[in-house]
Design a protein around this ligand. Structure first.
Ligand code: F6P
Length: 553
């Protein structure tokens, strides 16, 4: 039987299974099976991954594992860890696992072990971090660095800024991180307003060093720095480092080649936190903590690489997502960290997931006929409960959720943490259990309402329930745990890409807008080319020009 026939058969079996099981709500499965939690939860060190509140039976998981076999997931995982060119449209590996390889294993690209280069960059990062911390590295006027500004966008911003926020309890005294991404000058201007050029270090994070937003911000930052330090261009060498693979452009920008930290073409932007792009994080939490984050990710890599599907957490997360996307029609997935420090995690995962799996053409170049990556969104609990949970509970969309929380907080404020965790557990319970109209009516009658009023209100106040979720509980949000969380999601995304037959590692979808913007810059500033755009875009250009004093055309 051909591979595609295997896949189709696995797909059909899942459709049939969905039709057979769809009318049994999750709460009923709990009621009839006291072992459900034990059978549908996994442990990995201190991590408890509970996926029992899903619309699944053992057969569902079995069929999903058949699908994983049919798409030859095991081979694809091996190819990723072997450094094969799995990014087929750019003909290169997606080898971020090498960046955090803590084992003695070689990690080869085109027959060459990349580990010596990876270790050398980590060594250089560690050396630089130590020099900034102990004051051997100083600003142009001899003062110590107090503020680190990372200038970068997309993967060169979202990972570092999210990780810095998440690991705030680990910040080194006397060093504050700042992140500037948006080309909107408001972002840079408001960041610089509170800073002193003499004590500010800029990390220009751009794999390509051609990204317009980043270069524009970096140029303005350089002008601010030089202007603030007596016009001495030589100051740039003490205040700018580059995290990039483009040596030529870095030098052309005026950054000392010795201040460039290398990365490689096999590091995808959204997978680059583990590389030199993470330098700002290493600076604020220290190199040991940065290395602990890499170790956490490596632990998950090993788990992912070596664990059978039944006990493999990222594979299970991925297949559950496939189950809802392709067999229940879910179009979005919500991530709910019950931890304020993870408030940027949903934004980070939006890029990780949607830039990876927002594709409608398969690896074979043909349009896919099934749904692919969901819309990923979220906000920390409990804030989100007072915002969009209404829709999760009573809306018409099926939205699978991930709840993430921790046993131990970093703060010592009495009562807060219990309240936070109670809310987290209550929400997943409420989503799954719901509340019947009968129960609502009984409650309202007991509260003194007459029968008619109780009947009128019951439909509004009842909950269907049967809304699926996973809960991930870790002991504490430390660097290793953050590394584990991110690697779990990275591998989840990879597995889904394999099942959907797409290339999760390119992002051509961002290119068209970028090139149109290049044309529009000159049209907004100079003369528009007649007939270049549609009527709407032409009119918008004219409107802008007429209000900025540019000559009408
Ligand atoms: O626009 C998409 C993208 O290429 C992302 O994938 C990447 O993370 C971001 O731009 C920034 O790219 P660079 O690090 O090269 O500036």
């Amino acid at each position: 039987m051909k591979r595609s026939e295997h896949v189709q058969r696995a797909w059909r079996a899942l459709h049939a299974h969905q039709a057979k099981t769809r009318d049994t709500p999750i709460r009923e499965r709990f009621a009839t099976d006291p072992t459900r939690f034990a059978r549908f939860s996994l442990r990995l060190d201190d991590l408890l991954f509970d996926y029992s509140k899903n619309r699944t039976t053992e057969t569902t998981l079995g069929r999903l594992h058949d699908l994983a076999d049919a798409v030859d997931l095991a081979t694809e995982i091996r190819r990723m860890f072997d450094g094969a060119a799995i990014n087929v449209t750019e003909d290169r590996p997606a080898f971020h696992v090498a960046l955090r390889n803590r084992s003695e294993r070689t990690m080869k690209v085109d027959g060459t072990d990349v580990m010596p280069q990876v270790r050398e960059v980590l060594r250089r990062m560690g050396d630089f971090v130590a020099r900034v911390h102990d004051g051997r590295w100083r600003g142009y006027t001899g003062r110590r660095v107090t503020d680190v500004v990372n200038i970068g966008i997309g993967g060169s911003n979202l990972g570092p800024s999210m990780a810095s926020e998440a690991l705030r309890p680990y910040w080194i005294d006397g060093l504050r991180p700042h992140y500037v991404a948006n080309v909107d000058g408001a972002h840079l201007a408001s960041t610089l307003a509170d800073l002193d050029p003499a004590t500010t270090l800029f990390c220009v994070a751009s794999k390509t060093f051609t990204t317009q937003e980043t270069l524009t911000n970096a140029q303005s930052a350089r002008a601010w720095l030089v202007g603030g330090l007596g016009g001495h261009l030589a100051a740039v060498a003490q205040h700018f480092v580059a995290l990039s693979r483009n040596a030529h452009e870095v030098e052309a920008f005026g950054i000392d080649p010795c201040n460039r930290f290398e990365l490689w073409d096999w590091v995808g932007g959204r997978y680059s936190l583990w590389s030199a792009i993470g330098l700002s994080v290493a600076l604020v939490i220290g190199m040991d903590n940065f290395q602990a984050m890499l170790s956490g990710a490596h632990d998950i890599d090993e788990h992912f690489r070596t664990t059978p599907w039944e006990r493999n957490i990222p594979v299970t997360m991925a297949l559950l997502g496939v189950w809802y996307t392709n067999f229940w029609g879910a179009t979005s997935h919500v991530v709910l960290p019950y931890d304020q420090r993870l408030h940027r995690l949903p934004a980070y995962l939006q890029q990780a997931d949607m830039e990876s799996n927002g594709k409608s053409v398969g690896r074979d170049g043909r349009r896919v006929t099934h749904s692919t990556g969901p819309i990923v969104w979220g906000e920390p609990g409990t804030n989100s409960q007072h915002a969009f949970f209404q829709l999760l509970h009573q809306g018409t969309h099926l939205i699978p959720a991930d709840f993430i929380t921790f046993v131990e907080p970093h703060h010592t404020l009495a009562g807060h943490h219990t309240l936070l965790v109670a809310n987290c557990l209550a929400q997943s319970e409420a989503l799954m259990r719901g509340l019947s109209e009968d129960d609502v009516r009984t409650g309202l009658r007991a509260a003194g309402l007459d029968a008619d009023e109780a009947a009128r209100l019951a439909p509004h106040r009842s909950f269907d329930g049967n809304r699926p979720s996973n809960t991930l509980i870790f002991h504490r949000l430390d660097p290793r745990t953050l590394g584990r969380i991110l690697a779990l999601y990275e591998h989840k995304i990879f597995v889904q890409g394999v099942v959907w037959g797409i290339n999760s590692f390119d992002q051509w979808g961002v290119e068209l807008g970028k090139s149109l913007a290049r044309t529009l810059i000159s049209e907004l500033e100079h003369t528009p080319t007649p007939g270049q755009h549609d009527a709407s875009t032409n009119a918008l250009v004219q409107h802008f020009r007429s209000h900025t004093g540019a000559p009408r055309t």
